[in-house]
Design a protein around this ligand. Sequence first.
Ligand code: ADP
Ligand code: MG
Length: 391
Amino acid sequence: MPLQINPPLADLADDAVAALKSTFDQDATVTAAAPGRVNLIGEHIDYCDGFVMPFAIDRYIVIAATTNDLSVARVSSGDEPPVSIPLREPATPGEPKWANYFRGVIRGFQDRGHTIPGFDATVVSSVPLGAGLSSSAALECAIATLLEGLLDTVLDTREKALLCQKAEHDFAGVPCGIMDQFASAFGQTNKLVLIDCQSGEPDLVPFENPDLTVLIANTKVHHELSDGGYAARRKATEDGLAMLGKDSWRDVTLADVEQAWDRLGDPVNRRSRHVVGEIARTVAAAKALEGNDFEALGPLMSASHDSLRDDFEVSCKELDIMVGIARAIGRSGGVIGARMTGGGFGGSTVTLCESSQAEAIASTLAGEYEKATGIVPEIFASRPSQGAHLI
Ligand code: ADP
Ligand code: MG
């Protein structure tokens, strides 16, 4: 059984409620869920005014909670010991690190003028951690949705996603773009979330053809470089844009980059070429989807992976191996396209394939990857699913 099952959301909710009972001896009054995401195309350009095309996956973080009589939030997740977060003063980052997602989102609500009541909360998750599927954004969006429930208020979805992004910047120290939180907050069943990262406007694109399946393959590796690597890539794109004398990457052409190649110098010239090329590829992919031309996605996903590997240098051996196996299966074996997805340096690949071949493809990906690396990957299929919501 190489294709793993996505645990039903109702089961996760039951688990979260049971955990609240066993950890804090409390009955849940509010339960919130938010999904991870996978990005079909448009990588590392959400912080470059680009277009990105993720969708919310049917893997969720669920939090069960209820108010307490204390002025603290007591939060727990899995085997982590419960953490107490004082609520009388504005939240600040601290230890343990995982609780900073709570602190950051709480702070976002405090900055909006809300007084957070004391509460107990337990977290359960089916989003693999650090696998390029944005468990961090899922956690932030689940917390924000939980606070909406506890405060009996509803934020504008865009404002909620931006509040979560700010929590990731200020409390997790990751200078991320807007893709992950937008995908988790705006996601809908059978819809891709095409985001214009310049205007900050999401556009929901239908994606419901049952003949197509999206396979997600978690390589199970996570290279250390990811921490500094992400910030370094973002910095290189900022340097490139400044050297090109433009205000937005949307105003830069491939010819601009090629003309300035030597002046930009290596690696900024290659980083710049990735940004400009990836924006064009994502626009082309969106157009192809509009015309139901799924086949056109294959070469675009392939070019995206090569650019991330060679120009942006955020792939790694294991991601290249997984994509290589999908490429070897090829169109005749049912594979339409494959690429790394997410921030890179490990994590997952995304493979668009024919549904009738999905099981066989998953089996080959799992078998060949294990043969090449000795690592058993985690492979599952996902359809675009509902974004953050109260259960
Ligand atoms: P990704 O977002 O790609 O999964 P990140 O490194 O951005 O990877 O986020 C992973 C971090 O998010 C974890 O190290 C942990 O701090 C936090 N996190 C994610 N899921 C959970 C969870 N279920 N319980 C507690 N913390 C979690
Ligand atoms: Mg993350």
